[in-house]
Design a protein around this ligand. Structure first.
Ligand SMILES: [Zn+2]
Length: 386
């Protein structure tokens, strides 16, 4: 947000000021510039009435002056009370032959007196010296640095590189990730990148994933790229004889994965790591539908500030995060965020879970779009469980 530029003088104030200047009176400026408090409404009204009436009254004034006779006018006996509210010099076209210079001077003196009298009665015309509001940067560099530091520290089990110099849009967006840092090079040079549009999978009998999940304490963090849940130890899966531990899960909107071209409302990525540091990520697609009780538990513990973990008072049962049916697609891919490390085993659940439109809207207020575009499958083997 940037402060809206504002004119130093409001419209209703312009009229008296111009009129006064036209009358050649210097005192007007002092009156306008004075900072006396008063009734703004009445002064505005005064200005408005002066604006509405001037032409007709000015003509009448001239006629009366003429009728009063030259002698009287020259003697300067005009009492200055004639036209109440006529705070204006004549703007009509009086015949030049019938008004002498002396008469004009008298008239001008009279107007000056009227204007002064008005200013004395309603001096509340204020020139407000509006100093612009201080600019507030959306996110200060210091905060960004802090966020980056916390973000990097708050992704246990993931390779370093989760810092905030990359974004989902603009100059630091996905097309540029590979050029942002040498350690992000794989984002552009890799040939087994994620996400992909999953199609043309080879239908086979895949062995079921063995889930060993149990209710676990958890902490929620907004790391600047997504909402992430860090879990205590104790949740494991076994795939192809290899055991992986669940380290964290997080969300993307819309889903990064596509199934035959279709993108879903959101996706949850459950990041697992084995004893050798190899990663296996389970993707649970989230379609709009019934409320998701586990997602709600996470939203309930959304931290008020970025990069600060918010511990939940309750436990999370990750079995309830999964869809009922456990068939899945599988392929070898990468992290979908810098440094885009490859060698990640992807397990994409075929059946989506659901979350309510409200639950999706909560996330979209934080991250309306935090999905990396699909990458080329490059002829990779995709297996589809039956
Ligand atoms: Zn992810």
């Amino acid at each position: 947000m940037s402060p809206t530029p504002s004119s130093p003088i409001r419209l209703p104030m312009r009229t008296p000021r111009l009129l006064i200047l036209a009358a050649g009176v210097g005192v007007a400026f002092c009156a306008l510039a004075s900072d006396r408090s008063g009734d703004h409404a009445s002064s505005a009204h005064g200005a408005a009435s002066a604006q509405e009436e001037p032409k007709v009254i000015a003509k009448d004034s001239l006629k009366r002056q003429l009728a009063a006779g030259k002698a009287e006018a020259k003697a300067g006996k005009t009492d200055g009370k004639s036209e109440a509210g006529a705070a204006s010099v004549p703007s009509g076209k009086p015949e030049p032959t019938s008004v002498s210079m002396a008469e004009l001077r008298d008239l001008i003196d009279q107007k000056i007196a009227e204007v002064r009298a008005k200013q004395a009665a309603a001096p509340a015309v204020k020139v407000i010296n509006r100093s612009p509001k201080p600019r507030v940067a959306a996110v200060s560099p210091q905060i960004k640095q802090t966020m980056a530091a916390h973000g990097a520290a708050a992704v246990p089990g993931l390779p370093a590189g989760h810092d905030l110099h990359w974004e989902y849009t603009g100059a630091a967006g996905p097309q540029s990730w590979g050029q942002l840092k040498p350690e992000f090079k794989t984002c552009s040079s890799g040939t087994r990148q994620s996400p992909i549009d999953i199609r043309d999978g080879i239908k086979v009998q895949l062995e079921p994933i063995q889930f060993d999940y149990r209710p676990t304490p958890f902490r929620v963090i907004d790391n600047g790229h997504t909402v992430q849940v860090n879990l205590d130890a104790g949740n494991n899966i076994t795939v192809s004889g290899r055991r992986y531990e669940l380290v964290q899960f997080h969300f993307h909107r819309p889903s990064e994965e596509r199934i035959n071209g279709r993108q879903y409302e959101m996706v949850a990525h459950l990041v697992h790591k084995d004893a050798q540091g190899r990663l296996a990520v389970i993707a649970v697609l989230l379609d709009q539908g019934k409320e998701h009780p586990m997602v709600q538990l996470v939203w309930n513990s959304l931290p008020l500030e970025k990069s600060i973990e918010q511990a939940s008072p309750v436990m999370l049962d990750m079995n309830l995060m999964l869809p009922e049916q456990r068939q899945y697609y599988t392929y070898m891919g990468s992290l979908t965020t810098p440094p885009c490390t490859e060698g990640v085993l992807w397990l994409v659940m075929k059946q989506p879970a659901t979350l309510s439109p409200y639950q999706a809207s909560v996330f979209s207020r934080l991250y309306a779009n935090n999905a990396r575009p699909v990458q080329s499958a490059s002829g990779r083997m995709i297996k589809e469980g039956q």
